[in-house]
Design a protein around this ligand. Structure first.
Ligand SMILES: [Ca+2]
Ligand SMILES: [Ca+2]
Length: 214
């Protein structure tokens, strides 16, 4: 798939905080840097990560226990500054449910006017779905923020973290606090994880808007 078909509807997720730079020598990525807290920081390239080039896109393939996580970075302006565009979980054939993610379709970093599937991860700007019925998939156990959940747009909140959360009861067991912070709703799961939903006091959310996959 070429990202060019998609990038205008999904956006690139690009902003000042989620930028990457890749040093490329002889067709291979030799260094990865991430813009973090106002400066470039080198990212360790782990042995279980493989970077490849596809046109001008950089593809990171991360080998996990029960599958692969494929992340695409794009540089639409051609200025050497990349943004994370999408990710996809490709389970191994022996993957077991529960403690592995379930959603295998491509998840984007930023939504547009259409119905979008979005990856929600810690350490990123609030996930934005935009107009349309968007599916926010929480992919990681950590502190995440969703910027524009709207009940009346039939947006969905999906827990798919590979943590064995497969029912509302599983989630409730892990919840240590559920509170309003102004117009924002915070679901706290100990010190290690939380889901903050900005503005949902007015935008609305119901238990029926949630799916519990893993
Ligand atoms: Ca959308
Ligand atoms: Ca939406």
């Amino acid at each position: 798939m070429s990202h060019n078909d998609d990038s205008y509807t999904h956006g690139t997720g690009r902003n000042d905080q989620d930028l990457y730079r890749f040093d490329i020598q002889n067709g291979a990525v030799v260094r990865v840097q991430e813009w973090d807290e106002g400066r470039w920081k080198s990212e360790r390239m782990d042995a279980d990560e493989v970077y490849t080039l596809e046109g001008t896109d950089v593809i990171k393939t991360e080998i996990e226990t029960y599958g692969r996580e494929v992340t695409r970075y794009v540089d639409p302006e051609g200025d050497g500054l990349y943004a994370k565009f999408s990710e996809q979980w490709l389970p191994a054939t022996n993957a077991t449910g529960g403690m592995t993610p379930v959603t295998t379709q491509t998840l984007y970093s930023r939504g547009g006017d259409t119905d979008d599937h979005l990856a929600v991860r810690p350490g990123q700007d609030p996930a934005l779905g935009g107009q349309g019925s968007d599916t926010f998939v929480v992919r990681e156990w950590g502190h995440v923020v969703i910027g524009d959940f709207h009940h009346h747009q039939q947006d969905r909140l999906v827990f798919d973290m590979g943590q064995g959360v497969q029912s509302l009861e599983d989630l409730v067991q892990r919840l240590t606090d559920l509170r309003w912070q102004g117009d924002d709703l915070v679901l706290e799961m100990g010190d290690q994880a939380s889901v903050m939903l900005l503005g949902v006091r007015t935008n609305g959310i119901a238990v029926e808007d949630m799916d519990f996959l893993s």
